[in-house]
Ligand binder design. Structure first.
Ligand code: AMP
Length: 116
């Protein structure tokens, strides 16, 4: 059984977070350390630690990450200029929190995808 992270507590509203969307499958909240003027994390309510742990039965929840990203990008007013969706995996991917999450980042030009 995977170990819960702080994100499970955010889903259950046990700790404060700036939650901008929640339904039966996913929760979205503003990143505590925003890297751009819009930076929202969208996560499945089910604890899936990394992309390596994804199973076929998770496809509905993980597909919802995209429909919610689209909706929130429009609400943030960044959909037409554009934005970036990022999912980090494990150490080389720079993953810090082991509850799979999609970063929705935008509101300004984001530069090259990878900075070397
Ligand atoms: P990652 O490096 O992809 O695992 O990203 C984890 C993200 O979670 C980072 O951008 C953190 O700033 C963010 N984060 C960590 N704790 C919290 C929290 N309590 N509320 C909101 N965002 C958080």
């Amino acid at each position: 059984m995977a170990e819960e992270t702080i994100f499970s507590k955010i889903i259950r509203k046990e700790i404060p977070a700036d939650v901008v969307y929640q339904d039966d499958l996913v929760t979205a909240f503003r990143d505590i350390n925003p890297r751009a003027s819009s930076h929202i994390l969208i996560i499945p309510n089910k604890l899936i630690p990394t992309v390596n742990d994804v199973e076929e039965q998770d496809e509905r929840a993980l597909g919802r990450l995209f429909t919610v990203a689209k909706k929130l990008a429009a609400e943030e007013g960044i959909d037409q200029d554009g934005y970036r969706l990022i999912v980090n995996c494990n150490a080389h991917g720079g993953q810090e929190v082991y509850h799979i999450h999609m970063h929705l980042v935008g509101g300004e030009p984001l530069g090259p995808m990878l900075v070397s």
